[in-house]
Ligand binder design. Sequence first.
Ligand SMILES: [Zn+2]
Length: 450
Amino acid sequence: MRVRALAVPALATALAASVSTGVAYGVRSADAPAPAFSVPSLAAQYPTPFEANGATNWTTLAEEQTFLSALDAASPRTSISQVGTTKQGRPIQLVQIQGTPKNSSMKDHATVLFTCLQHGNEPAAREGCLVKLRDLALADDPAVVKMLQDVTVLFVPTVNPDGRAANTRANSDGIDINRDHLELESIEAQTVAKLFRERKPDIVHDTHEYSSAPRTDITYMWPRNRNVHDAVHDLAYELNVDWVAPSVEAGGFTTNQYGITVKNGKQVAQSAGDGDERILRNATGLHHALGILVESYTANQNAAEQADPSLNRKRRVETQARAIDGTLAMVAKNRTRRDITAATDLSRATAATRWASNIDAFAFAGADNELPATNEIALTPPCAYTLTAAQLAEVGALLERHGVAVTPLENGGARVSMGQESAPVIPLLLDSRALYSPVNATATTTCTTS
Ligand SMILES: [Zn+2]
């Protein structure tokens, strides 16, 4: 039985040199390559509505429909489908961009999902995606064509269209979608969960905007939940620090970790960016994929932006687009793409035994930079949970949405084994020690193999 070491194991030495407050700050790998991949911009020929209006107005939802339809028609490698319908009747759309796979086995083929605009009042999080999905749909650059043989790229350009229409953070029911990836009460979070089940992405890149510390042009964060497989966690950290941050900085922009407070030039605290399993970047790791949160800074950075609001908007969109290029750079490269698919495969393959066979401890709190308290960790994790009939009625649909298999019992209840691929989310949904579990099922720590 193993309790995972604190901080990022592969970078422990580098971190040790930089950590003085107990908070693990980002340290780039010494041999980190500069990402030499960017998708050529097609803004001149096929501008997004935002580009066409000179960054005066954000693309409206109606303009987005027209724009996506035109791309669908113009790009043989692009297909657009409706994957959800909001409470107010707006479509949630999925844009798929895929070249002809290089070999039929699809070995080492990766799937990358960009989830844009979970929060309706963070418009550049959506515009950056519209720019990049256009470029990927239409670019004939050989590097892009090659990458699209090896990578299926998916965009949900507007996760929260009702929130965009009302310019609110939450959806029309007041649900913050990025705190709903465990309980899945909103149609929007259910739609993302469906994509986890059906498309099994290797990376989920989630775009946002912010206006607080550390005031860098972009902030980023990886999955910090302690139950994320080490291999996935460590590569997600590399994605953030070694690929996305340098891609943004190569354009002359600034980056830092999400939630860092800087005083007198020193990083003094991290007030946000924890292991909360309801947040998509953590849920992504628990669903075996590399997660990244990317946030662009909304307030003016200088006098020029103060004088001309279009400059502020352009900077926010450009930094989002550069962050997307950073993620694409990591999957475009054969070696790192193979590392990623090997890690996500390993996470899926070992999920059924990590806790059911008592190899790992299960953490109900803490993060990769914060040890849980002794009462927040199961050193002998449950190998199964038993639900009463009433509990099954309450959470049966939710378990299905997370891809959790259940075995019906004669009394109308069910048994949920930890010996399955969806194991990382099961205690978070069913255990009384979990912070946000909708039911408290009966945990079993002695299971016979059947
Ligand atoms: Zn946000």
